[in-house]
Design a protein around this ligand. Structure first.
Ligand SMILES: Nc1ncnc2c1ncn2[C@@H]1O[C@H](COP(=O)(O)OP(=O)(O)O)[C@@H](O)[C@H]1O
Ligand SMILES: *[C@@H]1O[C@H](CO)[C@@H](O)[C@H](O)[C@H]1NC(C)=O
Ligand SMILES: *[C@@H]1O[C@H](CO)[C@@H](O)[C@H](O)[C@H]1NC(C)=O
Ligand SMILES: [Mg+2]
Length: 423
């Protein structure tokens, strides 16, 4: 089992390093001592740097651990630059206010997992919440990069460039690095980054009196390629919250990866915040602003999109040359196909499964009831993002994934209206 080895390494390493950190922090003691010693080291480096030849001078200026850490600290202090939103914008004051509390908690107790369906507007809302004042906040979004390059790209967002002195710096701080350096990528890079991040987070807190915030958006991209790295990041987030060191906010679409997140014991420490869809009225308004006529807008929202941005955006485009019925039919065929692949003959769906679907058509159902009736395995399959039949909500309920799935199930696929009475 070659897969087990890298998974084991990151779990073991931080646990062993914690006592070392405590010893070091305890030994230096006190906020003032830390600031003074850091300043002193920077001064010494600067003085020494003036008396060595030019190339070494440059290396000391750009590569010394103190300079490398200072760059990451400066990145936190300046905050990430969030691009402006170009298109017509639906204002979501409640979601933004909720996220701003998550980004700047009055007291750091937990790390936060922000969830919401694909395309419900999480990234946009998080951007808006940060843009108002990004001081102390670094934002990083995971793209569909291969797993091994994830820590490197995160490091870039943090303005962290590891170099030949990084490991020596950590060893001098009393960190036992043997397990880290022998771990496979991406864990090796992640653990090195996380160790430096802890130091910088401590410096930020000492200097500003409150913890900095690190947002990692789209962590579902990590989970899709194997949960071990995500679990390592969650363990870090939990430890950082326990020690009130750094406010870590993970953003994810739920569904397929929530079971993965839950599988981590660190999940028990997470506070879950949901970004939900906008209201039907806001959605109709959005379509009107984007040039859709009122009749089509109302029907398209009621029957297909609800308040889901990703669907609304595609409707703006498709309604130019298709009717609401034609667009619905395409979604309906997709849903029916997905269910057929899962169940085989839809007429053979067992009564408990069928009645569960029908109850879901009428509204949110408690997770326990759904999982009991469908079984864990089927529930997980229906949650998967490429199937998108079920949606999880942090108030411990499931709903059908979107308005068109609801409508497909009710009238087309399962004929809930009559079937429910028959069962
Ligand atoms: N408040 C908003 N007003 C207008 N369009 C929005 C808004 N929020 C999101 N969108 C649009 O909806 C789409 C999905 O949004 P995004 O933030 O990427 O969702 P998520 O991160 O949840 O997948 C994007 O095209 C975005 O431009
Ligand atoms: C931004 O937030 C920081 C830290 O919370 C605060 O000190 C600063 O005054 C805020 N800046 C603005 C312009 O509101
Ligand atoms: C739970 O959340 C979902 C989605 O936001 C909502 O539709 C449902 O009414 C909520 N259920 C309860 C019991 O609060
Ligand atoms: Mg997003």
């Amino acid at each position: 089992m070659s897969a087990a080895a890298p998974a084991a390494a990151p779990a073991a390493a931080p646990a062993q390093q914690q006592p070392a950190f405590r010893r070091v922090f305890g030994f230096i003691g006190g906020a003032v001592a830390k600031v003074v010693s850091t300043t002193f080291i920077v001064l010494v480096v600067a003085l020494v740097a003036r008396h060595v030849p030019d190339d070494k001078n440059t290396i000391a200026k750009t590569h010394s651990p103190e300079v490398v850490l200072a760059r990451m600290l400066a990145r936190f202090e300046a905050g990430s630059v969030i691009p402006r939103f170009e298109k017509y914008h639906v204002s979501r004051p409640d979601a933004i206010a909720m996220l701003q509390k998550v980004l700047r908690p009055a007291r750091l107790k937990d790390y936060t997992v922000v969830i919401g369906e694909v395309g419900c507007g999480k990234t946009t809302a998080v951007h808006n919440a940060i843009r108002a004042n990004s001081t102390g906040i670094v934002y990083h979004i995971v793209k569909s990069e291969v797993l091994v390059s994830m820590p490197g790209l995160l490091a870039r967002s943090l303005a962290f460039e590891p170099n030949q002195f990084t490991e020596g710096y950590l060893k001098d701080r009393g960190v036992e690095l043997d397990e880290v350096t022998s771990a496979a990528e991406p864990f090796r890079s992640w653990v090195l980054l996380s160790l430096i991040l802890r130091d910088v987070a401590q410096q930020f807190k000492t200097k500003h009196g409150h913890p900095a915030t690190l947002v990692i958006d789209a962590v579902d991209e990590i989970a899709q390629q194997g949960p071990a790295l995500l679990h390592a990041i969650q363990d870090f987030a939990k430890a950082a919250a326990d020690e009130q060191l750094l406010n870590v906010v993970l953003v994810t679409c739920d569904g397929s990866n929530l079971p993965e997140l839950k599988a981590s014991s660190a999940m028990t420490r997470a506070r879950i915040a949901e970004v939900s869809d906008i209201t039907d009225e806001q959605a109709v308004d959005f379509l009107l602003h984007r040039g859709v006529n009122e009749d089509a807008a109302k029907r398209a929202v009621a029957e297909i999109a609800g308040g889901r941005f990703v669907l609304l955006n595609s409707l703006v485009f498709e309604l130019q040359f298709k009717t609401v019925d034609q667009i619905f039919l395409k979604f309906h065929i997709g849903t029916r196909g997905a269910l057929r692949r899962l169940f085989g003959d839809l007429a053979q769906i067992s009564p408990p499964v069928s009645s569960t679907f029908c109850r879901l058509c009428r509204g949110a159902q408690h997770v326990d009831d759904v999982e009991e009736a469908l079984g864990l395995d089927l529930t997980k399959k229906l949650l998967a993002t490429h199937i998108n039949i079920l949606a999880y909500h942090p108030n411990d309920t499931y709903t059908l994934h979107s308005r068109h799935v609801q409508r497909s199930s009710r009238f087309g696929v399962l004929r809930c209206v009559s079937a429910y009475v028959m069962i």
